[in-house]
Design a protein around this ligand. Structure first.
Ligand SMILES: O=C(CO)COP(=O)(O)O
Length: 143
C-alpha cells in the first residue's frame, strides 16, 4: 500500500491562530496525511489537535522553511499550506521567498491562505490520487 501523501503546515506568527482554527476544523481530513510543520506552528497545532501525528522541524527563522524546501526538491512533499503574513517584516524573508519559489519550481500544490487551503484539501491531486511530482526541465530556463 502506498504511504500517505505528506503535507506541510506552516504559519507566520500573525496567522498561527488561523492555522490552528483551520487544523481543528479539518482534523479528520488532515489525519489522512503525514504532517510536517515548522517548529512553533507544529507545537500550536499539536496542542490544539493532540490526535494528529505531526513531525516538527526547526522553527522557520532557524532553518525550518529551508528543511521544507529541501523536502520539495527531493520529492518528499505533496502539498504546502503556508499561511503567510504579508504585513510584517521577517528576519528570514529570504527563506520565506526561497520556500515559495521551490514550491513554484516543482509545481507543488500550495495554499497561502485558509480560503485556498480549504479548496486544495478537497482536491483529488492533493489527497493522493495523483501525487506524481513534476521535475522541472532545467534546460528550459531562459538565459
Ligand atoms: O517562520 C515561519 C515560516 O516562515 C514559521 O516558523 P514557526 O512555525 O517556527 O513559527
Amino acid at each position: 500500500m502506498a504511504a500517505e501523501p505528506t503535507l506541510a503546515l506552516v504559519a507566520h506568527d500573525a496567522k498561527k491562530d488561523l492555522m490552528v482554527d483551520f487544523a481543528k476544523k479539518h482534523q479528520e481530513k488532515l489525519a489522512a496525511f503525514q504532517l510536517v510543520c515548522t517548529g512553533t506552528t507544529g507545537g500550536r497545532i499539536q496542542e490544539a489537535c493532540p490526535s494528529l501525528s505531526i513531525t516538527r522541524l526547526k522553527s522557520g527563522p532557524l532553518g525550518g522553511d529551508q528543511q521544507i524546501g529541501a523536502m520539495i526538491a527531493e520529492g518528499r512533499l505533496q502539498g504546502l499550506f503556508f499561511f503567510v503574513d504579508p504585513l510584517s517584516p521577517m528576519p528570514h524573508d529570504v527563506d520565506v521567498k526561497a520556500l515559495m519559489r521551490l514550491a513554484l519550481v516543482y509545481d507543488m500544490p500550495m495554499a497561502l491562505n485558509p480560503a485556498t487551503a480549504d479548496i486544495l484539501l478537497r482536491s483529488a491531486r492533493l489527497i493522493g490520487l495523483s501525487t506524481t511530482s513534476t521535475t522541472p526541465e532545467v534546460g528550459t530556463i531562459a538565459s
